[in-house]
Write a protein that binds this ligand. Structure first.
Ligand code: SIN
Length: 283
């Protein structure tokens, strides 16, 4: 599994690989092609010891496509606002400890997200990813047939409610402003990957708020079934961070979860997301 000096080492059969022999600040076209193919095959890739600046992080992201504008809720790097800062000091702040796919409240949710560790907590703070190909493939045939024609509503307020409610004024004005700038969108419940052609489950706990055409009780029950199924450990890989570790994931076919088990330690990440296509399902 090596091309030039790049080694791709799978961590599970369905998701995750460590990549060795790469300096992301100096990646030639052949190296990029190997990394891109590994991402299609393994969905999330891990690199150690990547001593890159915010600008180099952005430059790597731009090789995959146009990057997302600055995040509507999280902090930003001052001189590179497309680089989101995800930081917790001890017990202060709201954690990212819910299974989710990034920014599905947009019409074109990210193709990929790239997370670069600035400060790793002494203990804890791992991130987990789950394959939504595996989640779809392991559903029973009757449930697959049921969900394939369905579409669902994704809403920014689903995922950031706690962040806003934490604000001294209750955050209602901020919530309304964010929702006005990011109105709810409709996505298929099963999406076809535009490169591999494989189907993947495409609902998540943070932003999927309703399934169209079902009653509220039916929609909640079905979402609960799909999310509980998607979040099973057999679809997952878990990564232990060190400073300068970098992870890139295919956001179209994965969910992730940042374990909130590291207080009182400090954890700081930089994240860049690459704009994706409009999700579609092809039977
Ligand atoms: C994210 O949810 O995109 C960030 C995950 C993490 O901080 O580990």
């Amino acid at each position: 599994m090596a091309k030039a000096n790049i080694a791709v080492k799978p961590l599970t059969p369905s998701i995750g690989a460590e990549i060795e022999g790469v300096n992301l600040a100096r990646l030639d076209d052949d190296g990029f092609a190997t990394v891109h193919q590994a991402l299609m095959d393994h969905l999330v890739l891990f690199f150690r010891d990547q001593d890159i600046t915010a600008q180099q992080h952005l430059a790597f992201a731009r090789r995959f496509g146009e990057v997302e504008p600055p995040h509507p809720v999280f902090d930003r790097v001052a001189h590179a606002p497309e680089v989101t800062v995800i930081e917790q000091h001890g017990r202060v702040g709201v954690y990212n400890d819910e299974w989710h796919t990034d920014v599905t409240f947009r019409r074109r949710p990210p193709l990929a997200s790239i997370l670069h560790c600035q400060v790793a907590p002494e203990v804890g703070g791992d991130t987990l990813w789950a394959s939504m190909y595996a989640a779809y493939e392991t559903l029973s045939e009757p449930i697959k047939r049921l969900i394939e024609p369905l579409t669902a509503v994704h809403d920014i307020t689903g995922g950031f409610m706690e962040t806003w409610l934490d604000q001294p004024d209750g955050g209602i004005a901020a919530m309304q402003k964010a929702q006005a700038a990011n109105p709810p969108v409709i996505h298929p419940v099963v999406r076809t990957h535009p490169v591999t052609g494989r189907p993947a489950l495409f609902v998540n706990r943070s932003f999927t708020v309703a399934i169209r055409g079902l009653s509220r009780v039916e929609g909640r029950g079905l979402l609960d079934l799909l999310l509980t199924h998607a979040e099973q450990p057999s679809h997952q890989v878990r990564f232990r961070w060190q400073a300068k570790s970098l992870a890139i994931w295919d956001n179209r076919v994965t969910q992730h979860f940042a374990a909130a088990d590291y207080a009182p330690h400090h954890r700081k990440m930089h994240r860049v997301t690459v704009i994706g296509d409009e999700p579609f399902f092809r039977a």
